[in-house]
Write a protein that binds this ligand. Structure first.
Ligand code: GTP
Ligand code: MG
Length: 296
């Protein structure tokens, strides 16, 4: 599943998998690493690979994310290109359109075809849809075209059916009850990052990372999780903490509640906010957030 930032990739993967395996927010560049979600349709197990949005990278972290997205496409048996249809229809020269164009060029270079998925059709006039589909179709890399809403589920099953038919024959790769392939420590950090995004919106510094530092199973069946929120400057730390620590408290509570749901047991979550200048240029942070360090 590839596409420009904010196209709805994670929303769709979660919907098709049937549980939340990848975090979602209204901000662009929410997903930073590849996340595998497993869906079953009939006899077929489909491993969906959610990827970070593809855009023109400027910083090192950008490059790591975009590399991860293309690597996801490279190893896939089928590529689904998701498009924020209302955004691209409304602004054919806008950012979403330009990023989508870059991706199409990448597909051409790699001689790959993809299914085109026009997403968010619930949020646009139907009359705008067909011209957009026709325009993108002239690129000659798409087959077939779907018009869906990942949010309402409209026509999502058509995508699942097509993808299932594309899967090569072979033994299932995961046990039937496994929905996600992401280490718990990483998922727990992602959930907290989602709550940061949802709480801080535009105030959130781009270079914010969450790392799970400690994971301690307790005798009473609960788990104690220590996480560090890294920011790059003191001022950013103040934003994450909020007045009297109110923001970080609310973020921690929201994350803990969801983690308890996912893990099915009590969670004691401790968040620490640390300033580390240029963390996003330091190699040691990348593995902890599920990315490979790009050398330039
Ligand atoms: N109206 C509408 N909104 C949608 C739909 N699908 C996703 N969204 C919203 O679009 C926003 C981005 O969704 P994500 O799933 O995080 O998008 P993404 O492509 O994974 O974004 P990145 O990880 O940043 O690349 C969220 O606010 C979603 O609720 C849809 O079908 N209709
Ligand atoms: Mg995403």
């Amino acid at each position: 599943m590839i596409g420009a930032p904010n196209a709805g990739k994670s929303t769709l993967v979660n919907a098709l998998v049937g549980s939340k395996i990848s975090i979602v927010s209204p901000k662009v560049q929410t997903t930073r690493m590849r996340v595998r979600g497993v869906a079953i349709r009939g006899q077929t197990q489909i491993v969906f690979v959610d990827t970070p949005g593809i855009f023109t990278p400027r910083r090192r972290l950008d490059r790591a994310m975009v590399n991860a997205a293309w690597a996801g496409a490279g190893e896939a048996d089928a590529i689904l290109l998701l498009v924020d249809a209302p955004a691209v229809a409304a602004q054919p020269e806008g950012l979403a359109a330009r990023d989508t164009h870059t991706i199409i060029e990448g597909l051409k270079r790699n001689k790959r075809r993809a299914a085109l998925i026009l997403n968010k059709v619930d949020d646009m006039p139907r009359a705008d849809l067909l011209p957009l589909a026709e325009r993108l179709n002239t690129e000659g890399v798409f087959e077939p075209v779907f018009m869906i809403s990942a949010l309402t589920g409209d026509h999502g099953e058509d995508v699942a059916k097509w993808t299932a038919a594309k899967m090569p024959e072979g033994p299932w790769l995961y046990p039937p009850d496994q929905a996600a392939d992401i280490p718990m420590r990483l998922l727990a950090a992602e959930i907290t990052r989602e709550k940061l995004y949802l709480r801080l919106h535009d105030e959130l510094p781009y270079a914010t990372a969450v790392e799970t530092e400690k994971w301690e199973e307790r005798k009473d069946g609960s788990v104690k999780i220590d996480q560090v929120v890294y920011v790059e400057r003191e001022g950013q730390k103040a934003i994450v903490l909020g007045k009297g620590g109110r923001a970080v408290k609310a973020i921690g509570e929201a994350s803990r509640t969801e983690l308890e749901e996912i893990l099915g047991r009590r969670v004691h979550l401790f968040l620490f906010v640390k300033v580390r200048e240029n963390w996003a240029d330091r190699r040691e942070h990348y593995a902890a957030i599920g990315l490979e360090y790009p050398d330039e």
